[in-house]
Ligand binder design. Structure first.
Ligand code: DAH
Length: 355
């Protein structure tokens, strides 16, 4: 065999290989062609390669180079045929595994394996409680509104009829902010800023922007520099309620709080008002619920003080109203039997995912 014959037999082989590999449609056919052209024992490339032995030493380098080129080209044609079949093969998978699937065409789908189960997150129990409370109060006609957590002394104290010398304004009982306002280091200044110590601030904000009648609740965080223990935490949540109209009564206040407690805690909850004092209500009461054979305090309430109505520009001769503030953690803890408030804020998912 001459070099010319050697070269032309390689060219013929490559032509035939590219043509047939370009047409092959399934894996069995591809495997047949692979063996035909590149089979290690009797493949056509192998046969031609054996003929190289008779060529003269001068011809051998050129022959070897040509052989390598053709061998690589055949391999490339096999690869591209496999890729073409492989992509259509994976879309043709049928359950029971009857579709032909190429061994070489990448990761296979086994539809009989169980799927990857997504890890579902859930809402924090306090967030769930807030949603529940909004829903219950919504049924009683109260719409939810929000106010800022960084407040000025006007909304947190002054407009709520809390005088300058009231112990509730003591810097030791509040988180005053040193950064905001030009007189911010002076807690008596009207533009002093603090983390709100109660959601009653939102009563003022709502009345400043809306005219009566008004029936709102506001749920959110409040802050007090308390040492954390089983029942205290420096940040907690309150639900504030406010109903202003031409003839709102204390009997309605009691009914609303009783219906609310019955809905949230379940059963027919008995409610008790104990005389108390808050600067922004007159008369004022502490609200207790009878729960598991004992009276438990849930917050404060009362009829909105005329001074508060005046502070927001309402006429106390024309409108009246009631207000209340309840502890959200307390409600949530009662309902779920949580005994330590700190558990709610440790961010331990083993605890939180129970709810
Ligand atoms: N703001 C009071 C507190 O944090 C709770 C409260 C009492 C709210 C009486 C009210 C109310 O709206 O009328 O202790």
């Amino acid at each position: 065999m001459s070099l010319a014959e050697f070269t032309s037999s390689l060219d013929t082989l490559l032509l035939a290989a590219e043509k047939s590999l370009g047409l092959v449609a399934d894996d069995a056919g591809l495997e047949e062609l692979r063996v035909l052209y590149t089979g290690a024992k009797n493949g056509q490339l192998k046969t031609i390669q054996k003929g190289m032995g008779v060529l003269s030493p001068v011809e051998k380098p050129a022959a070897g180079k040509k052989f390598n080129e053709v061998r690589d080209a055949v391999q490339a044609a096999i690869d591209s045929a496999a890729a073409r079949i492989g992509s259509s093969a994976t879309t043709g998978v049928t359950i029971g595994g009857t579709a032909a699937v190429s061994k070489k065409s990448g990761p296979q789908v086994d539809p009989t394996l169980p799927g990857l189960r997504p890890r579902l997150g859930r809402l924090h129990p306090i967030t769930q409680t807030i949603e529940d409370l909004k829903e219950i109060m919504g049924r009683l006609g109260f719409s939810a509104t929000e106010g800022p957590e960084i407040e000025d002394t006007w909304h947190n104290f002054v407009a709520l009829n809390i005088p300058e010398d009231h112990p509730a304004r003591d810097p030791l009982d509040n988180f005053y902010l040193a950064t905001a306002g030009k007189n911010s280091s002076d807690p008596t200044a009207l533009d002093a800023k603090l983390l709100r110590s109660q959601t009653s601030t939102v009563q003022i904000r709502a009345m400043e922007t809306q005219q009566p009648p008004l029936r709102i609740i506001s749920l959110g965080r409040v802050y007090r520099p308390d040492e954390a223990d089983m029942t205290h935490f420096p940040m907690f949540h309150q639900m504030e309620g406010l109903w202003i109209d031409i003839s709102v009564t204390m009997a309605q206040l009691k009914s609303v709080l009783r219906m609310f407690a019955t809905s949230y805690l379940g059963g027919d909850v008995t409610i008790r008002f104990r005389p108390s004092f808050f600067p922004f209500t007159e008369p004022s009461v502490e609200v207790d619920y009878f729960w598991n054979d004992q009276w438990v305090e849930f917050g404060g309430a009362g009829m909105v003080d005329p001074n508060v109505l005046k502070a927001v520009g309402y006429d106390p001769e024309k409108v009246s109203g009631f207000a209340f503030g309840l502890g959200v953690e307390r409600l949530c803890m009662r309902r779920y039997g949580i005994t330590d408030i700190r558990d709610l804020f440790r961010s331990d998912v083993r605890f939180l995912r129970q709810f």
